[in-house]
Each structure stands twice: as C-alpha cells, then as structure tokens.
Design a binder for this molecule. Structure first.
Ligand code: TXA
Ligand code: MG
Length: 455
C-alpha cells in the first residue's frame, strides 16, 4: 500500500502513485479495510466501490481532506458532496438537531396533509416530535437504507462548508455495498464521497476507471470489481411534508412513492429539470414545476453537461421507430464524413444496424461486465465496404425490458467507446419508467445539449 506513511500534504497535493488493492466484494479482508479506514482518518483519499458507482472518499469532518477531493476531481467548488454513513444512527452527527442547526432551504409556508403550518413550526430537524419531516425521513431511511437513496437534509455544524458548498443542507446516504460498509465502520467517521471520476465525466463503475481518471491523486483504491448497479443514487430533498426529486437514480421514483403512500404522504415531486424533459410529470397533481409552493430547489450538481464521454454524444429521444430512424440517418452521415461512430444500443436494436457492419467490434467482455451475459455481436454484410464497417462500433446494452442490465453497462460502454477513439456516440431513448428515468437523465446530460427530439 504505497503512500500509507507519507506525510500529510495540503489540498490538492498528490501523494504519488495510488495503490490498487483487490478486495472480495462480498467479504472484504478486515486488514485491508482497517488500513483504508486509517488512511481516511489521517486525511487521505480512498476510492471504494458502492452498489452504484465508485466513490472518492475522505473524512467528511476534515476540511483539508474534503478540499483534496475537489482538487483531485477538478470539481467545481459549488457542487456539494454526498456524506456516506455506516448506519442511520449516524444521522444525528451530520444533520441538524432541534433548534441548533440551519433550517431547510425552503422559505415559504407549505401545506401538510394536516393543514397549513408556518415555517417555524415545521420539521427541518430530526428531533422535533411528530413533525412530518421527521416521520418522512424515518420512513425513507427504514425503506431504502442501506441502499442507493440520498436524502438532502438540514446540516449539522460539524460538517464543513466545503462538503456542502456552503449550503445549509447536507446530502446523506447509507450505502449497502459490503466494501463501503466495511470501510465506513473501519474509519469510524462519516465519509464524503463524490463519484470517483473526473468532474463532468462518465462515472467510474470499476477500479480501472478510477485509475484512468484520477490515478495518482488517490492514495488507495479498493478494487471490489464492477459495481452492481452502475447508476448513481437517487437524490431527494425532504422539505416539510414534501419529498422533491433532485436527481433520478438507482431507486425508482415509483418505489419511493409506494413507500410514502404507506405513511399517507403525497408522492415525490418531480421537477421537469430533474426528469430531463421526457421524464414523468408530478404523479399526484398537487405540485409541479409551475407550482409556487414550495419553492423549487435545484441540485447544484445537475449540470446540463455531465456524465459525458469524450466523444460527442447524440441522443435521439422519442418513439422507438422514429428515434431508430433518426439515429440510423445520423450514423450513416457521420460514417460518410469519415467519422468513427459508436452506438449504444438495446439488444433489440442490434439487428436494425446489422446491415451497416460486418464485424461489430466493440464487445470486449472484461471484468467490468458483471453479468457475463453480453456476447460478441454477430456480423452481417455491409453495403459500403470495410472502411465503414471498421468505423462502426456497437455496444449491446442488454434487452429493453432489463433496464437494470442496461444501467449496469451504460457507463462502462461509453468509456469503452471512448477508449476505441470514436468521434461520435449515438443512442436512443428507452422507456422512462423505473430505472429508465435515471438512464434517460444520464444520456440526456451526457449529450450535453445534443438531444434530438423526434416524433
Ligand atoms: O451513488 C452515488 O450517489 C455516488 C456514490 C459514490 O455514493 N455518489 C455520487 O456523488 O454520485 P456525486 O458527487 O457525483 O453526486 C452527488 C449529487 C450531485 O448532483 C450534488 O449536486 C447533489 O448530489 N448534492 C449533494 N449535496 C447536495 C445538497 N446539499 N443539496 C442538493 N444537492 C446536493
Ligand atoms: Mg458524479
């Protein structure tokens, strides 16, 4: 484990070559976790697998260590981090307690299912008895933790402003991956961790991705193999009795709605910006993007260009036949102009493109492919000869009715196409129910404005 005994440096100073240590994703070695936990306590950076993507972790209570995260990622200081906890009992340490912490960021009065309350009466703490806020937080934590749901809550003074980009709220989640859990328990402190990729780039779903992006800036990389979900956590903010979606992710909004319904609460409020245009509208009809109560809060990290490969990504959104046709036309045009093109396709679409390629080359089954279900794509004749064929690379994301598999493969597929030097990547929209909303969101943002809406 190189770098373990190096002296502590200032923010952004790399400590030399990062060490990559393999760990069993189910039963990680306690000695390795102990050393990793010590590094965290010493203010170093440790990358680790979670069930969603790899995180770049630092002691969330150590301002210098947190600043190194921003420096190593090249992350904008205005984009706050998620604080990871070993268990729900650690919430009190990082969120505001009654009367002594900042309030929730909504400043309007709001309607509860029991009538109108003034801001001064509402939750915003985890300790005020019977506040809707407290009940909802408990309910969501009980349903989804450990797991890929992030809650944005009022922050405690113990959390440095560097973690929250100066906001009065902090994003928290309890991950369920055994390596993340083991690291948190070994460290004994909350761990602030963004996705372990260069800022605005595709998230890292394997240790190799972390090395590729962040390399020597990280003191230790725990390699627990490919991450099982492959898409980041769902981020919601709880304000009074309202749960607002800030980032669609691995927990389906429908699942959160079902949990809320059990407590008699209204469904998640989905802003159009969080649902990327083609996503769902507010399910309950009580509050939407145009509804004045409560004030919409955007998530600072929801940049228009995010999760992006190096290649230009064209995303065709609309009904399947129209989107396929537009994708095909754009592909042919790019090939004719001498570009190298990569396609992110659901399994069913592969045959539609088979007459464009003799050897769809892009399948490189690697350890990143946890399922092993992805097989090389069979070739078929090509009209314009080998030049076109060798310039077209296909990635099979999996069947359209298995969005969990599509999500797991998505970022790794983008990175493979980048590594193969494509100029343009094309993808089309898939159904937006369940995990589909997050997949749609990531492709929209990866396209960074190059979204073609077809009818
Ligand atoms: O699955 C995940 O969430 C992964 C793993 C490592 O846990 N983490 C991750 O972190 O995706 P990151 O930093 O890439 O994305 C965190 C998101 C950003 O969109 C950020 O703006 C938002 O959470 N966020 C963090 N703190 C917030 C706050 N106080 N208010 C609103 N949004 C916040
Ligand atoms: Mg990220």
């Amino acid at each position: 484990m190189s770098g373990a005994d190096a002296p502590r440096r200032g923010p952004g100073a790399p400590l030399g070559r990062s060490a990559v240590v393999r760990v069993d994703p189910e039963r990680p070695d306690s000695g390795v976790l102990g050393r990793a936990g010590r590094l965290i306590r010493e203010g170093r950076l440790v990358a680790f697998p979670t069930e969603t993507v790899y995180g770049l972790g630092a002691n969330a209570l150590d301002d210098d260590a947190v600043r190194r995260i921003y420096a190593v990622k090249g992350r904008a200081a205005s984009d706050p981090l998620i604080v990871h906890l070993a268990g729900v009992e650690a919430l009190r340490e990082v969120t505001a307690s009654s009367g002594d912490g900042p309030r929730s960021s909504a400043h309007t009065t709001h309607t509860t299912n029991k009538g109108i309350r003034r801001e001064s009466e509402r939750g915003g703490t985890l300790h005020s008895k019977d506040a809707p806020f407290e009940e909802i937080v408990r309910l969501l934590a009980a349903h989804f933790w450990p797991g890929p749901l992030t809650l944005v809550l009022p922050k405690s003074d113990r959390i440095p402003d560097s973690v929250t980009a100066g906001l009065g709220t902090v994003a928290v989640r309890v991950p369920r991956h055994p390596v993340a859990q083991g690291l948190l328990r070994a460290a004994g402190v909350p761990i602030a961790a963004p996705s372990a990729n260069t800022f605005t780039r595709t998230s890292a779903t394997s240790a190799a991705h972390v090395v590729e992006d962040l390399g020597p800036g990280v003191d230790l990389i725990l390699d627990g193999g490919p991450t099982p979900i492959g898409i980041e956590s769902t981020v919601v903010q709880v304000v009074g009795n309202i749960v607002r979606l800030l980032r669609p992710g691995a927990v389906a909004v429908e699942a959160i709605d079902r949990a809320l319904a059990k407590g008699g609460w209204t469904p998640v409020m989905v802003l159009r910006s969080a649902a990327s245009g083609s996503g769902r509208t507010p399910a309950d009809g009580t509050a939407g993007a145009d509804t004045p109560l409560p004030q919409p809060t955007s998530s600072p990290g929801m940049l228009e260009k995010h999760y992006a490969p190096r290649a230009r990504l064209l995303f065709f959104s609309g009904p399947p036949d129209a989107a396929r046709a537009a994708l095909r036309a754009a592909t042919v045009e790019a090939l004719v102009h001498g570009q190298r093109v990569g396609l992110l396709l659901c399994h069913e679409d592969i045959t539609s493109f088979s007459n464009l390629t003799t050897h769809a080359a892009a399948r490189h089954p690697t350890s990143e492919d946890a399922s092993g279900r992805n097989s090389p794509i069979a070739g078929s004749p090509v009209p314009d000869g080998a030049r076109v064929a060798s310039s077209l690379l296909l990635e099979d994301l999996g069947p359209v009715d298995d969005l969990a598999l599509v999500g797991q493969r998505l970022f790794a597929a983008m990175r493979r196409l980048d590594a193969l030097g494509v100029d343009t990547i094309c993808a089309r929209s898939l159904p937006t129910a369940g995990l589909g909303l997050a997949i749609d969101d990531r492709l929209t943002r990866a396209a960074g404005g190059h979204v073609v809406h077809v009818r």
